[in-house]
Design a protein around this ligand. Structure first.
Ligand code: ATP
Length: 283
């Protein structure tokens, strides 16, 4: 069985406050995109995992492995036996890039094994299991366009009419999500994105309005600490791309509706080790 596991971008990311458990209360708008990992699942004796990217752990630390373990428990209850699976991940989504690469692999394994092992779980049940692995996993099961509140697990589907190309660039720098959240002074945030405005713009299919109201409160932290990311935003401006936004805790930056020639020119000006692709919204 082959599963396609799409990446996400944040069209808005706001942090509302800190929580006792170390997580942050967020309000985000997430969008699935065409860039995806390809996951192959084959019934086996026990859980096994291989991945084309050596940077990604190929053991229990991999979220896809942990997703299989969760469904192994369900299978034990339903079928009274321990099932196994060989997971192969063809990694096409840049790692630790703010694109939910690990979460989408976990979501893909949950969706795939539910069918392969004939478990009969509903999407809601899969999402409830998925949140145990990470706050972004329920969205990666749902996909499309959604508002995510709480720690990211409370989802509301948005009926977006926007169909867009996405120029996505991931600078070759290591940004720690934990460090970014830790450096954010939640009470000192100067400009919050207008989440209602983002939703209204998506529902109206109005790209110009979307870019006027979107925002990511983590961007300021990353731009200050990583000159490469600030430089990328300037470079995009130089090429006439005036609305670009960082996804998640970075370092990926995207711009919407960039034409192919502009995208080619930008790509040619980037360091060769940076990831750059032209993809689209996934509906
Ligand atoms: P986050 O914002 O949660 O850090 P991200 O989208 O920025 O997510 P991921 O690509 O999910 O980043 O990778 C974060 C870390 O998760 C990696 O450094 C890696 O060690 C670990 N990881 C576990 N499973 C996977 C997976 N299947 N694919 C990628 N990374 C994984």
């Amino acid at each position: 069985m082959i599963i396609t596991a799409p990446a996400k971008i944040n069209l808005a990311l706001d942090v509302i406050g800190d929580r006792q458990d170390g997580y942050h209360e967020v309000d985000m708008v997430m969008q699935s995109i065409g860039l995806s990992d390809r996951i192959q699942l084959k019934t086996g004796e026990k859980i096994g995992l291989t991945c084309t990217n050596p940077q990604v752990p190929a053991d229990r630390r991999n979220l896809a492995w942990r997703a299989a373990e969760l469904l192994q428990e369900v299978a034990r209850e339903r079928h009274g036996k321990t099932l196994g699976v060989e997971i192969h991940i063809e990694k096409r989504i840049p790692v630790a890039a703010g694109l939910a690469g690990g979460s989408t692999d976990a979501a893909g394994v949950l969706i795939g094994l539910n069918q392969l092992w004939d478990l009969g779980l509903t999407t809601e049940e899969l999402m409830r299991l998925g949140v145990k692995l990470g706050a972004d996993v329920p969205f990666c099961i749902l996909q499309r366009t959604a508002r995510a509140e709480g720690i990211g697990e409370k989802l509301t589907v948005i009926s977006s009419r926007l169909r867009c190309s996405v120029l996505l660039i991931t600078p070759d720098v290591q940004v720690s999500t934990a460090m970014v959240y830790h450096s954010l002074d939640t009470k000192g945030i100067r400009k919050h994105p207008d989440i209602q405005g983002v939703i209204a713009a998506l529902e109206a299919g109005d790209l110009e309005r979307l870019c006027a109201v979107w925002g990511n409160v983590l961007e300021e932290v990353v731009l200050e600490k990583f000159p490469e990311v600030a430089g990328l935003k300037r470079l995009l401006q130089d090429f006439g791309v005036h609305s670009a936004l960082m996804s998640g805790s970075g370092p990926s930056v995207f711009a919407l509706n960039v034409d192919e020639n502009q995208a080619k020119a930008v790509k040619a000006a980037l360091p060769p080790t940076w990831f750059c692709t032209l993809t689209e919204f996934q509906q």
